[in-house]
Design a protein around this ligand. Structure first.
Ligand SMILES: CC(C)(COP(=O)(O)OP(=O)(O)OC[C@H]1O[C@@H](n2cnc3c(N)ncnc32)[C@H](O)[C@@H]1OP(=O)(O)O)[C@@H](O)C(=O)NCCC(=O)NCCS
Length: 157
């Protein structure tokens, strides 16, 4: 399926646009410095952006720990949700994991964030526990999700 956006590796120059999405979408956004460190750390991180007409409309960053991949952050520009941008970013990352040593994926998601949970469940993530007050600013718990990557990669069409 062709899309109006393209996915490429995140670069330092993208940080302002990523930050704008982060601040609009998260009650506890990451700082510019944290994001720059994440993007620069190509050894253990993998950050991708979706661009449309020169605008960054979404981003996805993961962290590798041993044979695990941790979804650190995913965000879509307000007004562009529901178009499949996050699904494209997840598909691109999931395809990149095929043939690597990653066998498991994990993430934390706010218990109230049903939109994100629905996205993750489509990639085989399932809840295994709760981190109490993980999002301290909102006083909200996080669900801990895990997915088994030893089966063929899940691609959502
Ligand atoms: C969660 C998020 C990344 C999803 O991105 P997206 O590009 O809108 O997602 P997609 O268009 O690929 O849709 C994937 C699924 O998300 C859900 N979804 C997306 N937009 C939605 C909306 N407006 N209302 C309800 N559900 C929605 C649906 O389950 C959708 O699948 P469906 O279209 O088959 O019903 C985006 O909403 C976002 O940036 N949210 C704020 C940041 C956030 O919560 N990140 C996750 C932290 S753990």
């Amino acid at each position: 399926m062709s899309t109006a956006w393209a996915i490429r590796a995140a670069e330092r120059r993208d940080v302002v646009d990523i930050l704008r999405i982060e601040e609009a979408q998260f009650p506890e956004p990451w700082s510019k410095r944290m994001l720059l460190e994440e993007i620069a750390n190509v050894e253990t991180r993998r950050y991708r952006v979706a661009t449309e007409g020169g605008t960054i409309v979404g981003y996805l960053g993961v962290m590798f720990v041993m044979d695990e991949v941790h979804i650190n952050t995913i965000g879509v520009l307000p007004g562009h949700e529901g178009r499949g941008i996050a699904t494209s970013l997840m598909n691109e990352t999931w395809l990149s994991l095929a043939g690597t040593e990653c066998t498991r994926a994990t993430l934390e998601v706010a218990v109230s964030n049903e939109r994100a949970q629905k996205l993750y469940y489509r990639y085989g993530f399932r809840p295994v526990g709760v981190r109490k007050n993980y999002y301290a600013k909102q006083g909200e718990d996080a669900l801990i999700l895990w997915a088994d990557l030893t089966r063929p990669p899940t691609i959502v069409l």
